[in-house]
Ligand binder design. Structure first.
Ligand code: HEM
Length: 231
């Protein structure tokens, strides 16, 4: 059996791949939230549009982008396989399982939280990412950049709807809980549960899981209340 098939078929290997792909997605979130901060710039979306234009035209970024799609797919497929495996391996007969007080709520609900985050990503990409790639997006003309896609307009009109803004805010709560367990779990799987560093990893994970989804949630709220095209 090759190293690759062994990694994919063993439970430890799958956990390892879940951790690696999860950490990659965490890095993506840092980049994504930082770039999207440009939405707060009061320049009618110019900096944001120039940034998204740059992100679509650069070869290095294109490669990272395809790695990202692969990481999302791998993370989902492997966790589903792990879930099926664990369910099969669970001893039957203990019908009433009392949850351990040491296991957090998010840890016990990773399956449902992960599914909700996936639903969010599908809705999100169907709207913004699909529009950018294949949709009909209005263009805008800037002196240096020339005529480019006005993705800011797509974001602005989406978050001018109350239901869409509310959906994003709720989804960011699910993302926060998913990260809360996922962050530290990835480090633990990679064998980094060192007595000295573990409290730091836990604390960084906790604050990361709150701050990043909170900033993401501020984006739709800011547009809805301060840049709404319907108000
Ligand atoms: C709530 C604030 C958010 C806004 C305003 C936003 C905005 C956007 C926009 C405009 C795009 C298309 C342009 C681009 O590729 O940069 C995009 C792509 C994407 N977003 Fe978001 N996003 C948000 C949150 C999130 C979150 C929380 C996740 C993940 C859980 C996420 C995952 C993605 C992915 C995977 C893509 C495709 C990436 C690519 O092809 O480069 N986004 N987002």
């Amino acid at each position: 059996m090759s190293w690759l098939t062994q990694t994919f078929s063993s439970s430890i290997g799958r956990k390892f791949l879940t951790a690696i792909t999860g950490l990659f997605l965490i890095f993506f979130l840092v980049g994504h939230v930082t770039g999207n901060l440009l939405l707060f710039k009061p320049d009618e979306g110019r900096a944001f549009n120039e940034y998204t234009q740059f992100m679509t035209g650069n070869l290095g970024i294109m490669i990272v982008r395809y790695l990202l799609y692969a990481a999302i797919l791998a993370h989902v497929i492997i966790t589903v396989l792990l879930g099926i495996h664990n369910r099969k391996a669970r001893p039957v007969g203990y019908t009433k399982q009392v949850p351990s007080p040491h296991v957090s709520w998010s840890s016990r609900n990773m399956g449902i939280l992960g599914t909700l985050v996936l639903v969010f990503i599908v809705i999100h990409m169907a709207n913004f990412w699909y529009s950018l790639k294949w949709g009909v997006v209005p263009t805008v003309n800037y002196a240096e950049a020339g005529e480019i896609k006005n993705l800011y307009h797509v974001v602005q009109s989406s978050f001018s709807e109350l239901w869409y803004t509310a959906l994003y805010v709720v989804m960011m709560v699910f993302l926060a809980f998913h990260l809360m367990h996922g962050f530290q779990s990835a480090f633990q799987t990679l064998g980094l549960r060192h007595k000295k560093y573990w409290p730091i990893i836990r604390s960084v994970g906790f604050w990361f899981s709150i701050i990043v989804p909170f900033i993401f949630a501020l984006m739709p709220l800011y547009i809805y209340f301060f840049r709404n095209i319907n108000h």
